[in-house]
Design a protein around this ligand. Structure first.
Ligand code: IPM
Ligand code: MN
Length: 362
């Protein structure tokens, strides 16, 4: 089992190191190879996604990814910015299916900005299409406007588009995921305004006929943003396009207390996957040893389950994370009065200790 380890920038290196440490305690035959990505790769190779890194990713069964980005690269031409690394990996590997679970751990109910009763027991799965929509649609660019409100002036434009097969394949992913859960899908669109999302809604409705056991509801994205904070537990599988999914998954993550807890998986049709925390590179706290490594550790668990067929090892990691939370270990982002404030490394060590104990007992 070959894993490409791409820590990236900012807190990426610190949190990925903890996830690797956890993976190494499982006694599995994992071949991990590390490479540069994002700003770190730009510094050395002059490109955020060097050929060698892409090749390693393509040849691996799975990719463990940290985070990319730093304000200091904001002035670079777009193709050289760190974010292009993750977008390039998604595109080149065809990672169209993004899973972002938003789970509220019992111990962290108080860390959410919402009332405990609204979020206790929360368990939503966001399924975000990841290789289409306005993120990748062509044409895009800048030009002098020839029409519109101000002809003759500078303008910028992007293209929102989805093809039928793109919508169909991600809809199947959503319905199949729902079958393993509460059998309910909320498809989020903006069909009242956008042709792309009227089409999305139509195609999803057609695909739904193949899943008569799954209830499908449609919701406009503005309403979904509101319902997520009003009554989050009413959602089970929240299914949407690339851009709406980007926004709603950040919103959903905050319901759970901290974005530092949320893993994600991005899969292609071959079952190859990229696993990364849902949060970014947090350059403001990089190098301080205070970042929460749990989202990355939980991403490693998703990797074992989805791409490496090691569900039992994944269970052990997830159980260990629950154990350390129950034991009161907290990084700064989830700390509250009466709990133990720990560093990034101490949190990783605690997870390792919880796993080894399980191993001895088992
Ligand atoms: C995410 C991130 C990325 C996105 C950025 C870094 C390109 O925000 O994974 O949600 O917008 O998809
Ligand atoms: Mn995002």
């Amino acid at each position: 089992m070959k894993i490409a380890v791409l820590p990236g920038d900012g807190i990426g290196t610190e949190i990925v190191a903890e996830a690797v440490k956890v993976l190494n305690t499982l006694g599995l035959d994992l071949q991990m190879e590390q490479a540069l990505v994002g700003g770190a790769a730009y510094e050395v190779h002059g490109h955020p996604l060097p050929e060698s890194t892409l090749k390693l990713a393509q040849e691996s069964d799975a990719i463990l990814f940290g985070a990319v980005g730093d304000w200091k690269y904001d002035k670079l031409d777009r193709p050289l910015r760190p974010e292009q690394a993750i977008l390039g990996l998604r595109k080149h590997l065809g990672l169209f299916a993004n899973f972002r679970p938003a789970i509220c751990y019992e111990e962290l109910v108080g860390a959410s900005s919402l009332k405990p009763e609204l979020i206790a027991g929360l368990d939503i799965l966001i399924i975000r299409e990841l290789t289409g929509d306005i993120y990748f649609g062509q044409p895009r660019g800048r030009r002098i406007a020839t029409d519109g409100h101000f002809p003759g002036t500078e303008e910028a434009f992007d293209t929102m588009r989805y093809s039928r097969p793109e919508i169909e394949r991600i809809a199947h992913v959503a319905f199949q995921a729902a079958r393993k859960r509460s059998k309910k899908v909320t498809s989020v669109d903006k069909a009242n305004v956008l042709e792309t999302f009227q089409f999305w809604k139509d195609v999803v409705t057609e695909v739904a006929k193949e899943y008569p056991d799954v209830a499908l509801e449609h919701m406009y994205v503005d309403n979904a943003a509101m319902q997520l904070v009003k009554k989050p537990k009413a959602f089970d599988v929240l299914f949407t396009g690339n851009m709406f999914g980007d926004i709603l998954s950040d919103e959903a993550s905050m319901l759970t207390g901290s974005i530092g807890m949320l893993p994600s998986a991005s899969l292609n049709a071959k079952g190859q996957g990229l696993y990364e925390p849902s949060h970014g590179s947090a350059p403001d706290i990089a190098g301080q040893g205070i970042a929460n490594p749990l989202a990355t550790i939980l991403s490693a668990a998703m990797m074992l389950r989805f791409s490496l067929n090691q569900a039992e090892a994944a269970d052990r990691i997830e159980a260990a994370v629950k154990d350390v939370l129950a034991a009161g270990y907290r990084t700064a982002d989830i700390w509250s009065e009466g709990t133990k404030r720990v560093s990034t490394r101490e949190m990783g060590d605690a997870v390792v200790a919880a796993i080894t104990k399980t191993t001895i007992k088992g």
